[in-house]
Structures are given as C-alpha cells and as structure tokens.
Design a protein around this ligand. Structure first.
Ligand SMILES: *Cc1c(COP(=O)(O)O)cnc(C)c1O
Ligand SMILES: [Zn+2]
Length: 500
C-alpha cells in the first residue's frame, strides 16, 4: 500500500527518521562509549558491550496501543528498508538512516502451527518460528542485517573506502556474514574462520559461494574465536561475531515478531530456543523487555533455553538455584549434532546473566529456564519434526526436545502455548540426517537411529529387464513399453497397491 493511502493520523508515523542516541555500555566496568568507533569489547576493561538508546524513554510518549497500530500498518507498507527486521525500527537501531539499511529478505519468517501429532508428543500446543526461511537459511541474518546496515552507514560517514569484515563461526554466522558483505562488495570484503571439519559441507559452501575468503583452523569454535579476537584487537577489521552488539539488536526482532504474530498477547507463551554463544537468548529477552517497557506487550512470555549434554555451560550455571552462589565455568565441549550450538565458553554469558536477572525481576517471578537434552533426543526430535511438515535443523530439534523437557519438568502450565525457535533450515544440516538414516554416528555422539524413523531411497530396477533408458539414450517401442510396465508392477508390489 502507498503511504498516501494509509489513514491520515498514522501516515506521519510510518516512515521513521533517525532520532535515537545509541551508546555502548560495558557489562564489566559499566563505562559508556559513543558509537563513532567500531567497538567489540570495552576499551577500558575488555568486557562485552551492550548497545542501548539513551533516549529510549521518548518512545514511551506513544502508548502501546499506538505502537501496535504502527507495526500492524507497516506490515502493509511497501518500503524496502522496513520490510524485514526494521519494521520495528525505533526499537532496534534508530540511528541508521533508512537509505543505509540493507534488506536481503531477512525476518518476518513464518509462524507455523505444529500438527496434532507433534503437539501430543511435546505435551503442549506449539508453533514453529521457521528461521530457516531467512536468506542464508538461519536466524543469523537478523543480526547481520543490523550490523551491516550500521557499517554501511559508518563507512560513508567516516569516508572509509575499504573494510574487511571477519568472523569465527560454527557455520551459520559465516554464511550470513559472507552473504551480507558480498551485497556491499564495493567497500566490504569478508574473511571467515571455521573450525576444520566442524561445519557441514552445506555451511562451507555458503561463504565460498558468496566469494568470502574461507580459512579453516584446527580445533573447535572456541579456538577460532580466540584467533579472531586477537585479529580484531591487533588489526583494522570489522568483527561480525556476536561480540558485535549491533547483531544482538537485530536479533531482538525475533521477539518483536513473535509478539506481533500473536497480536501482542505473549503472557501465555513459552519461547524455546537453543543456546550456543547465547546471543540469541540475550536478544530475545532484551526485545521482550523493550516491548514491555513501552507497553507494546503487557506481560512477558516464559523463555526456555536449551543445551545439549555435550555442551551445556549455561545449563550448569543455572543449576545452582541461588543467584549469588552461581559461578560461571566454561566446559570443554564434546561432539554434538547441535553443532551450531557446540560452544563451551559463550561470548554472551555476561549479557545472559544480566538480562536473565532483569527479565525475572520485570516479570515478578521466575520466567527463564534452562534445560538440558540428550543427543539422542535432539536427533529424534529433528527427524520427527520434519516428518510432520517442518524444516527443522538439529538445533530446531534441540529446541523441540527442550520444550518437551520443560513440560515434563513442570515449567509450563496447562494452556501455555509454545513457540519454537527453529533456528536454521534442515538442508544446512543434511550431514546429521544422513548419519541418522545410515546409522553412521561416531560412538562419541551416542546416537542410535530409531528403526521406524530411518529412511533411504530404494532402487527400482526389475531383474526381468535387460534394457534401461539413459540420458541421451531413450528406449523406444516395445522396449520402452516393457520398461514402463514392469517397473510399474514392481513399484505396485513395493507399495502394496490394489488394482482399480
Ligand atoms: C548460531 C546458532 C545457534 C546458537 O545461537 P547463539 O546465539 O549462539 O546462542 C543455534 N542454532 C543455529 C542454527 C545457529 O546458527
Ligand atoms: Zn569496561
């Protein structure tokens, strides 16, 4: 719809102008810094940063009902910059001019109701938020769209003509970083560091296809991360890891969308998501908190973070019920099918600790839970989700297994409705589906496929035939007729078909 066709009073609100005042705030020393520099850690104490809008309270002048209307009308507005995550511009990064926003189709992903069989299995009504339908096929595009939009504006303001973007990745960050960087190829080039052999071939293909420099390093993600941090401290590069707090802002859009998807009724929702570096869970909580503050929503949903037993530092941290007694200990990860979350020392842990406190405080009760699931449960859940009309990756399976665990543990109430963050597309994690179907897991994964869930193609080639069609060598006449008839008979036998 064209701007002039919207009702008069809303027109002036639909195209926002930059007016926020964003600042980096250090979670260690609480110091603040302006955004006129590319910063990833505190220049004073080295801790992680969060970005906040010092003038956020100006948003409170518009009441919640009005905000809801603005977002609902924006849904109908055809404006490139506002089609994705920046529908919620004022709440994300209201300092980036609309003409600098990079939109590659991210965000506004489908919310798909789970079918009856899945609901029975999990023990709760729930929906999939299909993040695999983002342009690089994972939710990482939300954060990358924000980070690259900021850089797009930054380099022009600072008159920088060439910049190298780098990241370490368990696969999906690099796919996303390479994709967005390639769009801005005039002045951005990208290099990604991957743990050798620890990303799927599909994930490796993505940055290669986008033209990024792909560097493989021995070790696991946590090792790559240390190398990248040293690079960012020592050389002129733009870091696109989740240390980059612009990404967290972009990822907050997931919670804004979930709110809008449910007409802003989220008090009875339970959002389940896998935890790796913990950027996503931080962003989702932080987004809901902003919407609550502005009255866009009136109560907070429960949050269920899920970790595999093979990589569970956040779960272990919250095992201690008493906050003052908790202490964070990184773990050495073991192989996990939830490879994108196979992280022993999450970059965003300080963010999680602070945000969970604020979340529970604002909710007036404990609303954040972390559960642990087994590798077997993750794999079974992924395969089952996809046998019921979804396109979940292993981490989506992890979220589903985790939602089930939360129900079993009594963290949910009857009538609650689950929302699964199905973080990436199943096609990115084909390797694990293959291992499942072929019983090919190395022993350390501890996964045995369920016979009833295995699947494999069957070659139909009747032994009664001696001639078969081939490319450029079609069969003709009688030979063709025999081939069709006998193949059909064999298929009918396999499928147990009855004659008409
Ligand atoms: C990155 C990623 C995760 C983990 O998210 P964090 O923000 O690192 O906690 C989960 N699933 C997929 C598919 C991912 O790419
Ligand atoms: Zn500091």
């Amino acid at each position: 719809m064209k701007l002039e066709d919207f009702p008069e009073p809303i027109q002036s609100r639909l195209l926002p102008r930059p007016e926020g005042e964003m600042r980096y705030r250090c979670l260690g020393c609480k110091g603040e810094t302006g955004i006129d520099r590319l910063l990833y850690t505190c220049p004073e104490c080295g801790s992680v940063l969060m970005l906040y809008d010092r003038t956020f309270d100006r948003l409170l002048k518009i009441d919640g009902k009005e905000w809801r209307k603005i977002f609902d009308y924006r849904r109908m507005l055809n404006h490139q910059a506002l089609k994705g995550i920046f529908r919620y511009y004022e709440f994300i990064a209201p300092v980036i001019p609309l003409e600098r926003i990079v939109y590659l189709g991210e965000g506004q992903t489908p919310l798909v109701e789970a079918n009856g069989r899945l609901k029975d299995l999990v023990g709760l009504d729930f929906y999939f938020k299909s993040e695999g339908l983002n342009p690089s096929a994972s939710f990482k595009d939300r954060g990358m769209a924000c980070a690259l939009s900021f850089i797009n504006d930054f380099v022009r303001k600072e008159k920088i003509d060439k910049i190298l973007a780098v990241c370490a990745s368990t696969g999906d960050t690099s796919a996303s970083a390479a994709l967005y960087s390639s769009y801005l190829g005039d002045f951005i080039s990208s290099a990604v560091l991957l743990p050798q052999g620890k990303v799927t071939s599909q994930q490796l293909a993505q940055p290669l296809g986008s033209g990024a420099k792909v560097l493989e390093i021995p070790g696991v993600f946590d090792d790559c991360m240390k190398v990248v941090e040293t690079l960012a401290e020592t050389y002129q590069v733009a870091l696109l890891n989740s240390k980059n707090s612009w990404r967290i802002l972009g990822q907050e859009s997931l919670s804004f969308e979930i709110a809008q998807d449910f007409d802003y009724q989220v008090g009875d929702k339970v959002v389940a998501l896998p935890i790796g570096n913990a950027g996503n869970i931080t962003a989702v909580m932080s987004g809901f908190l902003k919407f609550l503050k502005a009255g866009v929503i009136t109560s907070l949903p429960k949050i269920v973070g899920v970790q595999s037993e093979q990589a569970d530092p956040v779960y272990r941290y919250y095992l201690e019920e008493k906050d003052p007694k908790r202490s964070f200990v990184p773990v050495a990860v073991k192989p996990s099918v939830a490879q994108a979350a196979m992280i022993g020392n999450p970059v965003s842990m300080p963010r999680v600790i602070e945000t969970v406190r604020e979340y529970n405080r604002s909710a007036g009760e404990k609303k954040v839970f972390v559960v642990q699931v087994k590798e077997q449960e993750i794999m079974d859940a992924m395969i089952i989700a996809n046998r019921n009309g979804n396109v979940a990756c292993t981490q989506g399976g992890e979220a589903m297994a985790g939602l089930k665990r939360a129900v079993e543990k009594g963290f949910t109430r009857p009538g609650d409705i689950g929302v699964l963050d199905s973080t990436a597309h199943m096609l990115k994690f084909l390797t694990f589906q293959e291992m499942y179907f072929q019983n090919g897991f190395a022993p350390e994964f501890k996964v045995k496929p369920r016979e009833d869930l295995k699947n494999a193609p069957l070659l139909v080639k009747p032994s009664t035939l001696d001639q078969f069609p081939g490319a450029g060598k079609p069969l003709r006449g009688d030979a063709m007729k025999r081939f069709i008839d006998e193949t059909a008979v064999e298929i009918a036998e396999i499928l147990g078909l009855q004659k008409r």
